[in-house]
Design a protein around this ligand. Structure first.
Ligand code: AGP
Length: 372
């Protein structure tokens, strides 16, 4: 009903706007004033946390993209090797798991059959399974050793929006918690990141206040045959997520590449007027990658691409090469996906609406996929 949609025409629009609150709710009660994290729901004793030798993340679709981002954060903060795999591939390739492996199953619904089967397989192999989930009491958390709920509130639109942002926050919490529990030497960096993480609801709010121009831009692209997405580092999974959203909602061909791979083939696709969305890494800490992507933007623009650039506010180096510039707040590199994903969501949603599609119920899709 209209009341359930809070005055919005579609649940998806409402769920995009709810993201600052959703992110705040994921953090609620988990970050102490002194920066100490409390994640008792992980149900792992400190000794067990210290024993973990490998992390394997399994998930599907958008949740898989959250897992890809988590890998960058967890390996950097915890120095624990971390693999990420789509759940449907996992148990069919004889993966190496044991008691010292922590498997993180990310699933909004907690009911994706592919992920559930992977969880069962992992437990049979004696791995410890932690679920990151949004639906209380759903099957995957019930069958896992521990669960971290995202508390995003019900998500009705088939496209994951607020649950993706909150999955990222939950993954960051796990990574930072493991780093704290394992007493790693770069405590200062960890504490600084925790402080910034606690500030993310405000940053998300800020992005929502500035995405207006993305709507107009999206409408102008409704007739494009294809849209490409480029990113690097944590921006690469964000590009993958941008492309998935466009396929799912606007039924358009979209593809994402790691920007460094462009020269190994995909650059041949660039032709006059082709829209290319580029996620520019934050300047903090990853200066080299930032500059490399700026030259990628120059290269594709010289070949006729229409460049749609998502970059930190005040990043003047990209301005001359951006046909369209979408500014996001400056946040630490590893947290950037929390803000850079939002323009992608709005872009896909508006493009779909411009094409007259039902964004809450895209064709051929179900909110949770309960078959393998
Ligand atoms: C996201 O927009 C999609 N609807 C889809 O890829 C989804 O993320 C995937 O099916 C996984 O669902 P889950 O998180 O409920 O397991």
């Amino acid at each position: 009903s209209a009341a359930e949609k809070g005055g919005y025409e579609y649940f998806m629009l409402k769920e995009i706007v709810e993201q600052p609150q959703a992110v705040a709710d994921t953090l609620l009660g988990r970050v102490g004033v002194d920066g100490t994290l409390t994640l008792d729901e992980m149900r792992l004793a400190p000794s067990e946390l210290r024993d973990i030798e490998k992390i394997v993340i399994i998930a599907c679709g958008t949740s898989y993209h959250a897992g890809l981002i988590a890998k960058y954060a967890i390996e950097h903060w915890c120095r624990i090797p971390c693999e990420v795999e789509v759940a449907s591939e996992f148990r069919y390739r004889d993966p190496i798991l044991n008691r010292q492996t922590m498997v993180i199953a990310i699933s909004q619904s907690g009911e994706s059959m592919d992920t559930l089967m992977a969880v069962r397989y992992a437990r049979e192999q004696r791995a410890r399974v932690l679920a990151i989930c949004n639906v209380n009491g759903s099957t995957i958390p019930r069958e896992s050793d521990g669960v971290l709920y995202t508390h995003a509130g019900p998500e009705v639109g088939v496209a994951a929006t607020k649950t993706f942002l909150t999955q990222l926050v939950a993954c960051y919490l796990v990574g930072l918690y493991l780093a704290q529990a394992r007493n790693l030497k770069f405590g200062d960096e960890i504490n600084a990141v925790i402080e910034q993480l606690a500030n993310m609801p405000q940053q998300v709010e800020k992005v929502l206040g500035t995405v207006g121009p993305v709507r107009e831009l999206a409408k102008s692209l409704a007739d494009s045959g294809t849209v490409l997405f480029l990113g690097r580092h944590v921006g690469y999974p964000v590009a993958l997520e941008g492309a998935l959203k466009l396929k799912e909602l606007a039924y358009m061909h979209a593809e994402a590449f790691a920007a460094g791979e462009l020269k190994h083939g995909p650059i041949a696709l660039i032709e006059d007027g082709l829209p290319v969305v580029v996620v520019v890494p934050s300047r903090e800490g990853r200066g080299v990658l930032h500059d490399k992507i700026v030259s990628n933007i120059q290269e594709i623009r010289a070949r006729g691409a229409r460049t749609i650039v998502i970059a930190e506010e005040g990043d003047d180096t990209v301005r001359p090469f951006a046909d369209e510039l979408i500014e996001i707040p400056a946040v630490p590199t590893l947290l950037q996906p929390v803000v850079s994903t939002i323009p992608m969501q709005v872009f896909a949603c508006e493009l779909a609406l411009a094409k007259g599609n039902d964004v809450d119920q895209p064709r051929n899709l179900a909110k949770s996929v309960t078959v393998e």
